[in-house]
Unconditional design. Structure first.
Length: 268
């Protein structure tokens, strides 16, 4: 299905938003707030427009997420073996969250979202001081692995349900687990976000063919091309930045996301 508001201007606006979203997601996450409002404005009006916008945005940005994960794979070297277990709760959580999108009204999380993102941004800002308490150079204990998996399951559910700010939440959680510097945290975040968004994409694709909801494939195609371009550029730049500068960029994005959602909540 093509979009509602036709013309090159609408597609150009979506391409620019997707380019920026791909870049933001590669660094810290939160690109959804750039594409979701644009899709909400240009897709056909109707009761299912917001679900269509959510599905189209998720599908359109997933290739950019995969690109970021592949581009930053060298930064994942040296991770403890137990960190691979985080893929499982990412997959399960993403599936659960995506199914909630189709069952529950989005307004249920509206008041919780800004607090979640703000808490994650604060945790991330304090992480260098707190991580030393959680860091363990020896073998991981079952309790530590279980705690990490539970936290990632919750992040995965949130990511599958809503998504905006999931990168900030994951970086904050991974940092407190002592998984390395910001470059490594960002690389792990990109991989896990690809899993969460991948299962969400699969559910939305299947749903579009079974008639559960609609997806605007024309707009999704535009987003894929622009998002991949933004992701490649941002990943390349991020590797060259010092950890201090990259941490500041991530923190700014996190607090900006929280501010945006608090403002939107106040406006409502």
């Amino acid at each position: 299905m093509s979009g509602g508001t036709e013309g090159w201007a609408a597609y150009a606006l979506l391409a620019v938003a997707s380019l920026a979203a791909g870049a933001v997601n590669a660094i810290a996450g939160g690109g959804t707030i750039l594409t979701f409002p644009v899709l909400g404005a240009i897709l056909p009006p109707g009761p299912g427009r917001m679900v269509m916008a959510n599905a189209t945005s998720t599908i359109g940005l997933w290739p950019a997420s995969l690109t970021a994960a592949l581009s930053s794979r060298t930064s994942r070297q040296g991770l403890p073996s137990w960190s691979r277990w985080l893929v499982v709760p990412s997959f399960v959580g993403g599936a659960m969250g995506t199914l909630l999108v189709l069952c529950l009204p989005p307004v249920w999380f509206d008041r919780l979202v800004p607090w979640l993102i703000l808490s994650a941004a604060v945790l991330f800002a304090l992480q260098p001081r707190v991580a030393g308490l959680a860091h363990d150079e020896g073998p991981a204990t079952p309790a530590r692995i279980a705690t990490a998996c539970v936290l990632q399951l919750l992040v995965g559910i949130y990511g599958g349900y809503f998504g905006a700010g999931i990168g900030i939440l994951m970086i904050a959680m991974l940092g407190l687990l002592g998984l390395g510097d910001i470059h490594r945290l960002n690389a792990v975040k990109n991989s896990l976000a690809t899993v969460v968004n991948g299962i969400a994409t699969a559910v939305f694709v299947i749903g579009s063919f079974t008639g559960t909801h609609e997806v605007s494939w024309t707009h999704a195609g535009v987003m894929m091309a622009a998002g991949i371009t933004g992701s490649l550029g941002a990943t390349t730049v991020a590797k060259k930045l010092s950890p201090v500068v990259l941490r500041r960029i991530v923190a700014i994005i996190g607090f900006s996301l929280a501010g945006y959602y608090f403002w939107r909540q106040w406006q409502a």
